[in-house]
Design a protein around this ligand. Structure first.
Ligand code: KG4
Ligand code: ZN
Length: 358
C-alpha cells in the first residue's frame, strides 16, 4: 500500500496504489490538482509560482488521496515521491512532504524518477510484462526506450532539439491558443484541413531512431506568418497540418524502431509497444501508432489519457515496484532537476531541454 506524491511540474498529485492478493496493482485513489489557471496568463509554467502553489496544495491533496482510498497513514507500507527530473522548487516540496510522512510514521521511503513513472504506467494499467518497447512523449522528453526491467532502460532514440509536447505547446502559443498547448491544438485540429499547409515530416526515412521538431515549428511559423491575419479556420488548418506532420514523423520513426525490436527480441510471444507521457493522450498520435503496430504484429498499449499526463498513481506504482525489489532511500536523498533514465547511454548530441516539463 504505497502513497505516491508528484510535484515535478504544474500538477500537485497524490495517489495510493496497492498490490492486490491476485498480484495485480490497484489504484485506490488518484488526486490531481492542476495549476493551469495559475500559469495561464504567462503562457507557460512559471517555476516560482509552481513551487508556491505546490506548498499550498500538497497537504490537502495527500489528505484527499488517503480519504478517497478510505485509509489513514497507518495503513500505508511505504511512501514514494518524485525526486526528478523537473522544476527544482516543486521537487523539493514533494520530496520533503514524502520524507516527512515516512519519518513521522516510520514508513519506508523511496524516491522515483518521474520518467520511470511514465515508463512503468503500462504495467500498472495493462500488466505489460518486461521487456517492452516504449515511446515516451511528454513536455520535456521524446524518446524510444527498450524497457528491459525495473531501472533497466536502453535508449534507442531521442529528440535532438524540441520535445514533441514542447512543440505542441509552442505551436499553441504562436497561434494564440490557451496553455497547455497539446489539448488546444488537438481540439482545433479536429475541425481543420491537414492538407492546406504542407509542412515537413522531420527525420522521415533517416536510419537513426532520433526525432526533431524544431524545423517543423519554424515551418509552421512561416506558414502562419504568410497566411496572416489568421481567421479561426486558418488556425484550425494550421493545427491540423502540424498534428498530421507530427503524427507522420512519429509513425516513421516508430516503424523503424519496431523493425529493430522484432529483430532484437524475436523470442517474445506478445511484443508490445507502450506509449506514455502527456502527448500519448493525443488521438491522432495514437491512431498513427496503431497503424504502425498493426503492420509489425506488435500490440499497442496506450494507457487512458488521465494516466498519460502527470499523476500520482504512476509515482506510487513505480515506488511499489521499487519497494518490492528492496529499494529504500534515506532522508538525505537529493532532488535532481535533470535525471536521465538511462544514465549509461551517451548524452544526446545537440540536445537542449528547454521546456519546463519532464
Ligand atoms: O507528461 P506530461 O503531463 O508532463 C510532463 O511533460 O511530464 O506532458 C505534458 C505535455 C504538454 O506539452 C502538453 O501540451 C502535452 O503533454 N499534451 C498533449 C495532449 N495532452 C497533453 N499533446 C498533444 N495532444 C494532447 N491531447
Ligand atoms: Zn510527465
Amino acid at each position: 500500500m504505497v502513497l505516491g506524491i508528484e510535484t515535478s511540474c504544474d500538477e500537485t498529485a497524490a495517489s495510493v496504489v496497492a498490490r492486490s492478493s491476485d498480484g495485480a496493482p490497484r489504484i485506490l485513489s488518484n488526486v490531481v490538482l492542476s495549476q493551469v489557471e495559475e500559469h495561464q496568463a504567462f503562457g507557460g509554467v512559471v517555476p516560482e509560482i509552481a513551487a508556491r502553489a505546490h506548498v499550498e496544495a500538497v497537504d490537502g491533496v495527500v489528505a484527499a488521496a488517503l480519504a478517497d482510498a478510505g485509509l489513514g497513514f497507518n495503513a500505508l507500507t511505504g511512501v514514494a515521491a518524485t525526486l526528478g527530473p523537473g522544476l527544482i522548487g516543486g521537487l523539493i516540496v514533494g520530496a520533503m512532504t514524502g520524507k516527512a510522512i515516512a519519518a513521522a510514521r516510520d514508513l519506508a521511503f523511496v524516491g522515483v524518477n518521474h520518467l520511470e513513472g511514465h515508463a512503468l504506467t503500462p504495467r500498472l494499467t495493462d500488466g505489460v510484462a518486461y521487456p517492452y518497447l516504449l515511446l515516451l512523449v511528454s513536455g520535456g522528453h521524446t524518446q524510444i526506450l527498450l524497457v528491459r526491467g525495473l531501472g533497466d532502460y536502453e535508449r534507442w532514440g531521442s529528440t535532438i532539439d524540441d520535445a514533441l509536447g514542447e512543440a505542441f505547446d509552442k505551436t499553441a502559443k504562436l497561434l494564440g491558443l490557451p496553455h497547455p498547448g497539446g489539448p488546444s491544438v488537438e481540439r482545433l485540429a479536429a475541425g481543420g484541413d491537414p492538407s492546406r499547409f504542407p509542412l515537413p515530416r522531420p527525420m522521415k526515412g533517416e536510419a537513426r531512431l532520433d526525432f526533431s521538431f524544431s524545423g517543423l515549428k519554424t515551418a509552421l511559423r512561416q506558414a502562419a506568418t504568410a497566411a496572416a491575419p489568421l481567421r479561426q479556420a486558418d488556425v484550425a488548418d494550421l493545427c491540423a497540418a502540424f498534428q498530421a506532420a507530427a503524427a507522420d514523423s512519429i509513425a516513421d520513426r516508430i516503424g523503424r524502431a519496431l523493425r529493430r525490436y522484432r529483430d532484437e527480441c524475436p523470442e517474445l510471444a506478445e511484443p508490445v509497444l507502450a506509449v506514455a507521457g502527456g502527448v500519448a493522450a493525443n488521438r491522432a498520435i495514437r491512431a498513427a501508432l496503431d497503424v504502425a503496430c498493426a503492420g509489425h504484429g506488435v500490440r499497442l498499449v496506450a494507457p487512458p489519457p488521465a494516466l498519460c499526463t502527470d499523476n500520482g498513481a504512476m509515482i506510487a506504482y513505480a515506488g511499489l515496484e521499487r519497494l518490492e525489489a528492496g529499494h529504500r532511500d534515506g532522508m538525505d536523498a537529493p532532488v535532481r532537476a535533470r535525471w536521465p533514465l538511462d544514465e549509461t547511454s551517451a548524452p544526446i548530441l545537440g540536445f537542449g531541454r528547454r521546456g519546463a516539463k519532464a
